[in-house]
Write a protein of this length. Structure first.
Length: 276
């Protein structure tokens, strides 16, 4: 009956591999992701949009000046002129050094992630393995008794494999959102030049910070699941092998669903925390 166990263990190996990959992704910077090739493309796109951002900055500045100043005499007042000049300098700094600012925000969040891993004392995700009691019970079953076991393990393996790919795709999606935010940053940040449009730039930065903070929420979910994996579901050896296996897979899939649900809802949790 090794095929039954191998079928389920293969799905668990896929889950363990994807969970280990998530731990690596959460501690990796955008510059180092995939050898830095994607980051190089993002830097080129950001540089190409920088000129557009500076042009929009002037337009937003002029529009804001027209909206806030009723006449040219208002512009010539020292306090108003200083306010406009300071706004323009800050907005230009945001556009010109926006990538450095966003990299700094990411590094701050990575510091939070590192603090969590150091505090809980976990450097990688615990692997999920089939208890030996279940392996022994399955190996001692006859041919007819093994038929429902095949059905149970096949169903469980499909669920576990699907959850594995949903989980890793969500984490990869966070990285791509970080790249997109970084690439187009000169355009929304240019809105800081106008008093009536400055909220767009600050909302953009808050949203980017939220995307970075999703990593901390995902890590917390992985830490909680690792605690579950370290103490696997209790196995009742007094029941049949089918009941034993069904109970184990059911509880295991439930724990996995909780983790995948937490990862999928990480963006919503961050938005509620930051008021976005």
């Amino acid at each position: 009956m090794d095929g039954i166990i191998d079928n389920l263990q293969s799905a668990l190996n896929t889950w363990n591999a994807k969970l280990a990959e998530i731990w690596i992704l959460l501690t990796e910077s955008p510059e180092a992701f995939k050898g830095g090739a994607i980051w190089d493309v993002i830097v080129k796109i950001h540089g190409a949009l920088l000129a557009i951002g500076l042009s929009l900055l002037v337009l937003f500045f002029l529009w804001g000046m027209i909206r806030t100043c009723t006449s040219w005499q208002d512009v010539k007042r020292p306090e108003q002129a200083f306010k406009l000049f300071l706004r323009f300098i800050i907005a230009r700094g945001l556009v010109m050094y926006g990538m450095d600012l966003m990299t700094g925000i990411f590094d701050i969040v990575q510091g939070i992630i590192s603090s969590i891993t150091r505090t809980v004392g976990i450097g990688s995700a615990d692997t999920t393995m089939i208890p030996q009691e279940i392996i022994d019970a399955v190996n001692n079953t006859g041919f007819l008794e093994s038929i429902p076991l095949w059905a149970v393990t096949l169903l469980g393996s499909v669920f576990i494999t699907i959850l594995s790919f949903i989980m890793i795709l969500t984490v990869y999606g966070r990285f791509f959102k970080i790249y997109m935010y970084t690439a187009i940053s000169p355009i929304p940040l240019s809105a800081a030049a106008g008093e009536s449009t400055q909220s767009t730039a600050f909302t953009f930065l808050k949203s980017y910070g939220g995307v970075c903070l999703e990593g901390a929420i995902i890590l917390l979910g992985c830490v909680i699941f690792s605690a579950f994996a370290a103490s696997p579901p209790a196995v009742n050896t007094s029941v049949s092998a089918v009941s034993m296996l069904w109970s184990y897979i059911g509880e295991l899939v439930f724990n996995m669903l909780v983790l995948v649900g937490t990862i999928k809802m990480a963006d919503r949790i961050v938005k509620e925390m930051m008021g976005l």
